[in-house]
Design a protein around this ligand. Structure first.
Ligand code: MN
Length: 211
């Protein structure tokens, strides 16, 4: 099980975070911003990550520090949990429909931070979240995880759906590393059985590419 615990304390925020990237999508999240909690709940569920996260932030100033610092802490947790990244499929993408909206995500855990986020959201607030901070969350994650993060809403009507589709697409883009683990386990089983029976290894055309 690849897990990480991150505690991040600054003058603006106090964050405690426990992540299991090989989890079952269970979560307990409290940031003081309900819409942000809703997005992080969905992130955990759609990625199959177990995530416990609490943040006490200076929401009396505004939501900026809370959202950005949660992004940094979550990115750091992925970076630590995945360790040297040996054997994982470090890049992934996903197209996620959310009713009338389509969101796309592409991620590369490349060791370099870069962020592009196009939410197509034209209103300043969705629920209780300042929508410009969606960028700050993903930019924070990108820095914490040292990852390339690209997100785009292709089209849609509902602003709630536009943001939600991006969080779900992002989670599922990151989930490719689990598929890679399944492939490695499949190979390990095949190699063991081939050694027992003195067979040759399976041809490339038999290699699994999907769950
Ligand atoms: Mn929703």
């Amino acid at each position: 099980m690849r897990k990480a615990t991150v505690e991040r304390n600054t003058a603006e925020t106090q964050i405690k975070l426990v992540l299991n990237v090989d989890g079952r999508g269970t979560y307990k999240i409290s940031t003081g911003i309900r819409f942000f909690d809703h997005m992080l709940d969905l992130f955990a569920r759609h990625g199959g990550f177990d995530l416990t996260l609490s943040c006490e932030g200076d929401l009396d100033v505004d939501q900026h520090h809370t959202v950005e610092d949660v992004g940094i802490a979550l990115g750091e947790a992925f970076d630590r949990a995945l360790g040297d990244k040996k054997g994982i499929n470090r890049a992934g993408y996903f197209l996620m429909p959310m009713d009338e909206t389509l969101g796309i995500a592409a991620v590369d855990l490349s060791g370099r931070a870069a962020t592009v986020v196009d939410t197509q959201v034209k209103v300043p607030i969705v629920g209780d979240l300042q929508t410009e901070l969606v960028y700050d969350f993903f930019e924070g994650f990108s820095r914490g995880a040292r990852a390339n993060v690209h997100l785009k809403t292709m089209y849609g009507r509902s602003n709630h759906h536009k943001i939600e589709a991006l969080f779900k697409a992002f989670a599922r883009a990151l989930d490719l590393r689990r598929r890679s683990r399944k492939i490695r386990q499949w190979f390990a089983r095949r190699i063991r059985s081939c050694c027992r029976e003195s067979e040759t290894l399976p041809p490339c055309s038999d290699w699994p590419t999907r769950d």
